[in-house]
Write a protein that binds this ligand. Structure first.
Ligand code: PSU
Ligand code: MN
Length: 305
């Protein structure tokens, strides 16, 4: 596997696995640099890789080190991003800026999916995808995750979209952008730390091989969109929906009072909900992420056949 562009580095282990047709799972790094507090971020970053390996899959955590996007960060590089005071959040549009300025960056779902696909990786896991923010009819704030998935044929495992978003509007945009969305063993679209967003899904898959068959069907049709596999957290382990709604309402009010906008909105709200739930949302976030990493690894195996 050749690097897809001179400015992108593929880690040796990932390169070897791809060349041999072995399964690889891409993981994002904004969840580490901007989603989780230190030192949990580093623990999670390293533990996820161990979890993926235990399932017989090569992990490819993706991020930007000194301006270079790396597909398959080393443990030392993961540590560098997790402990840096200056690390930025990079969506796709930020990659050239990070490169020109030689910044360290955590990559969002958009940037991670694009880099993973360019490197030849076919499956990726995240916690919660970005989407349409509440109030977007005024602010136009819609995550670049959605537009990027419309042109990036990867399979993404996510617990729906983040509950801080306008979920109905996000589902409409996913439809407009021609992105197939299927529930994993559910007919209900999940809301990240909450099992059921209240929105129904038209299609479901029952197994990793069903999800792999869907990705193959997309490829056989030559379609460029990602396939989104919505994997809900166990109802017994979800964040109490009432506690969630209360914490989020406070967070939204605080964001508006403090004038938080743009790429700061998602980290601000997630952090607020984490503190307002006394850390409960953090534990559920981690449970959600572990579940998505496990399912992503199984789908990566099924895809690699
Ligand atoms: N999950 C988390 N914390 C995060 C994110 C996910 O627990 O910060 C990130 C993801 O990387 C996602 C991004 O792609 O938030 C979306 O940000 P925005 O709405 O600015 O596009
Ligand atoms: Mn935004």
């Amino acid at each position: 596997m050749q690097a897809p562009a001179p400015g992108i580095r593929i880690g040796d282990e990932v390169r070897d696995a791809l060349a041999a047709g072995r399964p690889v799972l891409a993981l994002e790094s904004t969840i580490l640099t901007h989603g989780l507090p230190s030192p949990r971020n580093l623990e999670v970053g390293l533990a996820s890789e161990v979890q993926v390996r235990e399932l017989g899959v090569t992990p490819a955590t993706i991020g930007v080190v000194d301006g270079t996007p790396v597909v398959g960060l080393s443990p030392a590089e993961i540590e560098r991003l997790c402990t840096s005071e200056t690390v930025v959040k990079a969506s796709l549009r930020d990659l050239p800026i990070a490169r020109a300025k030689r910044l360290d960056a955590g990559t969002t779902v958009a940037a991670t999916a694009w880099l993973a696909h360019r490197a030849g990786i076919r499956v990726m896991s995240t916690g919660g995808l970005g989407g349409v923010h509440r109030g977007a009819s005024e602010t136009f704030d819609e995550s670049a995750d959605l537009g990027t998935l419309a042109t990036t044929p990867i399979t993404l495992v996510s617990a729906g979209v983040k509950s801080i978003l306008d979920i109905g509007a996000t589902l409409e945009r996913l439809e407009t952008l021609n992105i197939p969305v299927v529930g994993y063993r559910t007919d209900r679209f999940p809301a990240f730390t909450v099992t059921d967003s209240g929105f129904a899904l038209d299609y479901r898959v029952e197994s990793p091989s069903d999800a792999a068959a869907l990705a193959l069907a997309r490829d056989e049709l030559g379609l460029p969109q990602a396939v989104l596999v919505a994997n809900p957290v166990d109802a017994a382990k979800q964040l109490d929906p009432e506690l969630h709604d209360r914490a989020l309402a406070e967070g939204l009010a605080a964001a508006s009072a403090q004038g938080i906008t743009g790429h700061d909105t998602t980290p601000f709200l997630l952090d607020h909900v984490q503190r307002a739930t006394g850390g409960a949302s953090l534990e559920v976030n981690l449970e959600v992420y572990r579940g998505n990493v496990a399912l992503g690894a199984e789908i990566a195996r099924a895809v690699a056949g």
